[in-house]
Design a protein around this ligand. Structure first.
Ligand code: GDP
Length: 299
């Protein structure tokens, strides 16, 4: 919880600091409600959750004395209620041989780093992992994944820059099937500038992987960078058009005061949330827990 709390410190400072300024022994009136509404919107919490909180407060506490602490408790409860149904650990259970996880997201979102961290965590649980460097568009991406593979001690299957990502994904899954590897993590290109191409590429990867196992990919995870704030919503929309996204991982929550955007995402899309990144180390990729997240965000 300590890492989570310090990771979310920027967002919680904004939220709690703001609440503290608004609610200094005040009666709850229209002005304070409006100030609170502005604060929550500015903290990227999103309109639906903000509206729920404001409406509830107006109903229950209008003209009563409320403290910043009361408000933080209400906010925390509302965030937890919104996000608790979306808690979903990325936990391959061994029913698929291999469990295939497609990793998507725009360049720079933290996809490769997240793959490395997941590989390390799965390995620590005793599972065997294979990484597939299917972002063949960028030489740096291939190299970065290779470095992670060496660091974690898991094999990486790669080809030269410009190679066909789908053919490589096929090879990776075939190799994992032949060698009894538990999990395949597929890195993909994140060129959202050319949506048509991205859609074709992801679609083709999915099609060829299905030739080997028609239940694959078992997860299609979208990696989002929290520092982009509300842009995470349009990125999610765009990726939902290009691939059948089944869950989210949000990175870099430590680098921003815009961590509230995860609430807005949860509200809008209702996609399962697997994990959150609150720093650079492996331990900083944490399984998502709504109650701990809500508490840290409003601490
Ligand atoms: P990709 O282009 O999506 O593969 O992104 P990378 O995995 O290369 O990540 C981009 C940068 O974000 C790297 O410098 C990572 O170390 C950094 N990064 C990834 N996740 C986190 C996180 O949770 N917190 C912080 N502070 N940095 C992160």
């Amino acid at each position: 919880f300590g890492r989570l709390r310090s990771g979310l410190a920027k967002t919680s400072a904004k939220l709690s600091g703001g609440i503290g300024t608004i609610f200094t022994k005040k009666r709850l009136d229209d002005d304070t409600l409006e100030e609170l509404e502005d604060l929550l919107i500015m903290a990227d919490i999103g309109v639906p959750t903000t509206t729920r909180i404001i409406t509830q407060l107006a109903k229950d506490k209008f003209d009563q004395e409320v403290s910043g602490e009361d408000i933080r408790a209400i906010l925390s409860r509302e965030i937890e209620t919104t996000l608790a149904p979306l808690e979903a650990q990325l936990a391959p259970d061994g029913t698929h041989g291999p469990h295939v996880i497609l990793m998507t997201g725009v360049n720079g979102a933290g996809k490769t780093t997240t793959i490395g961290k997941l590989a390390q965590q799965f390995t620590a649980e005793g599972k065997s992992v294979l990484l597939a460097a299917c972002d063949t568009f960028r030489a740096a991406a291939i190299e970065q994944l290779t470095v992670w593979g060496e660091r974690v001690g898991v094999p990486v299957i790669s080809r030269e820059q410009g190679a066909d990502p789908a053919a490589l994904a096929y090879d990776a899954v075939a190799k994992a099937q032949a060698e009894g590897i538990d999990i395949v993590l597929i890195d993909t290109a994140g060129r959202l500038q050319n949506r048509r191409e991205l859609m074709d590429e992801l679609g083709k990867i999915v099609r060829v992987v299905k030739k080997l196992d028609d239940s694959a990919p078992h997860d299609a995870v979208l990696v989002l960078d929290a520092t982009v704030g509300q842009n995470a919503l349009s990125q999610t929309e765009a990726f939902l058009e290009t691939a059948k996204i089944t869950g989210l991982i949000m990175t870099k929550l430590d680098g921003t005061a815009r961590g509230g955007v995860l609430v807005a995402l949860g509200d809008k899309f209702g996609l399962p949330i697997h994990a959150i990144g609150v720093g650079e180390t492996v331990e900083d990729l944490q399984p998502f827990r709504a109650s701990a997240f809500a508490a840290a965000l409003t601490a």
